[in-house]
Design a protein around this ligand. Structure first.
Ligand SMILES: [Zn+2]
Length: 432
């Protein structure tokens, strides 16, 4: 078996990345996520996938390969806390659910993962979808290029609620399949709530996602009705804690957001109809808000296009989507903790950084927006080895020409991407 180590080495090498050596990134400027300040020139030395030293100035470090980023701003790799790498919306989405297999979605996800990584997102939380736990494993094994993934697996819903997988099926099909239960992520009691979380554990999830209210894209009339009792949410949160999981709650309507917060979830996703009262409650309980302005704007835009959405979805997309950017503005003013997420998969994967621009438009300072995708996102994930460029942390570093603090549009021009010390993209590479 002399060949085995070589085969193993090839099998674990990222498909497109350069091999790790000691590297010195000579950054023109560096975003310090801890202080929110832009530092002048720094040289970041990378060894064995970790940050070795951060040195003042642009200097040559013996024994390292230098990379000239002198016209660039370096920042910690970004984290998008709300993506769905298993799919991407299109006018065909609703019929494809009937015609395609999970294998088809899995192949598509390979491209989505690569686009996400090359846009500067070295970590994501995938909030719902059967593909993500498997994609995570393939990325960790070096078979596919993509971000580090925290995967929810199947979202937990209630009957007829957002993420009931049989919504919109005709009666014949519904009766043939039978009502989905906790195994499929649909619960209607406290016991089933516990079972659904334990099933996600069995399937290898890293985080739990619930759909605390109705949603825009589901084949159902309401976009905002509450869909869990507080006790059901509490049972999910308590059971999740047994496995070291946090809970992310999709929520648009006020009552459902309130129940999710009272039930102890970690993040509120979208949060469209958050009131002052709810925001005060979130501050008191330490609940995070993940705005996903990108998804709101995307669906509001597509609602204008005839035939893009089914008739039952279109008015919801127009009404709810258009509000999220204003909600984000109000939430920032209220002092609710904000972390970065796009709900990408609604919009096109790889366009994630546009969320920063939308956040700044909503009155959030550029530095705060960048922190929400770095040091704050790491807090949400519960990890302390990423989100800052400091000695000992994971070498997740990206860079872009220009200065995103003075012109936020620079975020869409990332052309250097390193994850765990591996370089996936360098200035001068053709845009994939
Ligand atoms: Zn989502």
């Amino acid at each position: 078996m002399r060949l085995f180590p070589i085969v193993a080495l090839l099998a674990t090498a990222p498909a497109f990345a350069a091999q790790p050596t000691a590297t010195a990134l000579q950054c023109g400027q560096l975003f310090d996520a801890r202080s929110g300040k832009l530092l002048d020139a720094r040289t970041v030395v990378i060894r064995d996938g970790r940050i070795g030293e951060v040195l003042a100035g642009r200097i040559a470090v013996p024994g390292t390969q230098a990379i000239d980023l002198s016209s660039h701003t370096c920042t910690p790799g970004w984290t998008d806390l709300h993506v769905h790498l298993g799919d991407q919306s299109s006018p065909k989405s609703y019929e494809e659910e009937f015609r395609l297999d999970n294998i088809d979605f899995a192949f598509r996800s390979v491209g989505y993962a690569r686009k996400t990584l090359l846009a500067g997102f070295t970590s994501v939380r995938d909030l719902g979808g059967d593909v993500a736990p498997h994609l995570r494993d393939a990325i960790n094994q070096g078979l596919v290029d993509g971000p580090r993934i925290w995967a929810a697996g199947k979202s937990i819903a209630t009957t007829g609620g957002h993420a009931d997988p049989s919504n919109g099926y005709n009666a014949t099909l519904s009766h043939l399949i039978g009502p989905p239960g906790p195994t499929e992520g649909v619960i209607n009691s406290i016991d089933e709530a516990r079972q659904a979380v334990r099933q996600r554990y069995k399937e290898g999830s890293d985080v739990i996602k619930i759909t605390a209210t109705a949603g825009v894209l589901s084949y159902a009339k309401s976009g905002d009705a509450p869909q869990f009792t507080v006790d059901e949410v509490r049972a999910i949160v308590d059971t999740a804690r047994d496995y070291g999981y946090t809970v992310a709650a999709h929520a648009h309507g006020t009552e459902g957001i309130k129940r999710a917060v009272l039930g102890g979830v970690t993040t509120i996703e979208h949060g469209t109809y958050m009131t002052d009262e709810v925001m005060a409650l979130m501050k008191q309980k330490g609940t995070w808000y993940v705005p996903t302005i990108h998804a709101g704007r995307f669906v509001a835009d597509k609602a204008k296009v005839d035939g893009y959405f089914p008739d039952v979805v279109r008015p919801k997309a127009a009404r709810i989507g258009a509000l999220i950017q204003d909600t984000a503005a109000r939430a920032y003013k209220s002092g609710v903790k904000i972390a970065f997420g796009t709900d990408m998969g609604v919009g096109p994967h790889g366009d994630n950084a546009r969320e920063f621009i939308y956040m700044v438009e909503a009155g959030i300072p550029a530095a705060t927006a960048l922190q929400s995708a770095t040091i704050r996102a790491a807090e949400v994930l519960g990890v302390d080895d990423q989100g800052v460029i400091e000695a000992g942390k994971r070498a997740d570093i990206i860079a872009m020409p220009g200065n995103p603090l003075t012109d936020i549009r620079a975020v869409t021009a990332v052309d250097f991407v390193m994850k765990d010390g591996m370089i996936y993209r360098q200035p001068g590479d053709a845009r994939p």
